[in-house]
Ligand binder design. Structure first.
Ligand code: AGP
Length: 372
């Protein structure tokens, strides 16, 4: 009913709008006054966590994209090798797991059969499993050694939005907690990131307030058949997520690529007026990465692409090559996905609407996939 949708036309719009609160709720009570993490519900002892020598993330779809991003944070802050695998592929390749492996199973619903089967397989091999889940008491957390709940509130729209942002926050908390428990040389950085995380809800709010041009752009592209998405570093999984949203909602051919891979094949797809969305990493800190993506944008634009550039406020280097410029707030490098994903959600939702598609119930899809 209209009341359930809180005055929005679709649950998806409501859930996009709820993201600042969802993100804040996921952080709530997990950072103490001194800036230390208190993840009491993670009932895996610090002794066991200190012995972890490999992290494996298993998930599907959007939750898998959260895992791909989490890998950057986990490896950076903990120096523990981290693999991320589609849950549906995981057990079939006989993965190497033992009691020192920490498996993180990410799932909004907690009922995804592929993810459940992956975690059962991991536990049979002696690995510890930590679920990152949005649904209290669902099967995946019940069968795991521990759970860190994302407090996004019920997500009704088939396309995942607020669950994704809170999965990222939860995974960052796990990464920072592992760093804290094990003691890393990144102690000061961890403190700074904790402070930045507590501001992220406000930054998401700011992004949401500037989405009208994104909606107008989406409407103008409603007759297109293909949209490509490019990113580098944590912006690469963001590109994959932007493409997945467009597939499931707008039923368009959408693909995400690591921008560095362009010259290894995908650049052959570029033709006159093809929309290409580029997620530009922060110009601070990783200037090499930033320079490379600027030249990627130049390369595709020279071949006729219509560039839609998502770049931080103050990033002027991209301006000459952006046919459409979407600004996001400057954040620390690893936190950028929390703001960069939001315009892509809005873009897909508006394109679906413009194409007359059912936003909350896309064809052929179910909210929770309980078959393998
Ligand atoms: C996201 O928009 C999709 N509907 C889908 O990829 C989803 O993320 C995937 O099926 C995993 O679901 P889960 O988080 O409930 O396990």
């Amino acid at each position: 009913s209209a009341a359930e949708k809180g005055g929005y036309d679709y649950f998806m719009l409501k859930e996009i709008a709820e993201q600042p609160k969802a993100v804040a709720d996921t952080l709530l009570g997990r950072i103490d006054a001194s800036g230390s993490l208190t993840l009491d519900e993670v009932r895996i002892s610090p002794r066991v966590l200190r012995e972890v020598d490999k992290v494996v993330v298993v998930a599907c779809g959007t939750a898998f994209h959260a895992g791909l991003i989490a890998k950057y944070a986990i490896e950076h802050w903990t120096r523990i090798p981290c693999e991320v695998e589609l849950a549906s592929e995981f057990r079939y390749r006989d993965p190497i797991l033992d009691a020192q492996t920490l498996v993180i199973a990410i799932s909004q619903s907690g009922e995804t059969m592929d993810t459940l089967m992956a975690l059962r397989h991991a536990r049979e091999q002696g690995a510890r499993v930590l679920a990152v889940c949005n649904t209290n008491g669902s099967t995946i957390p019940r069968e795991s050694d521990a759970v860190l709940y994302t407090h996004a509130g019920p997500e009704v729209a088939v396309a995942s939005t607020k669950a994704f942002l809170t999965q990222l926050v939860a995974c960052y908390l796990v990464a920072l907690y592992l760093g804290q428990v094990r003691g890393t040389k990144w102690g000061d950085e961890i403190q700074a990131v904790v402070r930045d995380l507590s501001r992220i809800s406000y930054e998401v709010e700011r992004v949401l307030a500037t989405m009208e041009p994104v909606r107008a752009l989406a409407r103008s592209l409603a007759a297109k058949n293909t949209v490509l998405f490019l990113g580098r570093h944590v912006g690469y999984p963001v590109a994959l997520e932007g493409a997945l949203k467009l597939k499931e909602l707008a039923y368009m051919h959408a693909e995400g690529f690591a921008a560095g891979e362009l010259k290894h094949g995908p650049i052959a797809l570029i033709e006159e007026d093809l929309p290409v969305v580029v997620v530009v990493p922060s110009p601070k800190g990783r200037s090499v990465l930033h320079d490379k993506i600027v030249s990627n944008i130049q390369e595709i634009r020279a071949r006729g692409a219509r560039t839609v550039v998502i770049a931080e406020e103050g990033d002027e280097a991209v301006v000459p090559y952006a046919d459409h410029l979407i600004r996001i707030p400057a954040t620390p490098v690893l936190l950028q996905p929390l703001v960069a994903t939001v315009p892509l959600q809005v873009f897909a939702c508006e394109l679906a609407t413009a194409r007359g598609n059912e936003v909350d119930q896309p064809r052929n899809l179910a909210k929770s996939v309980t078959v393998e």
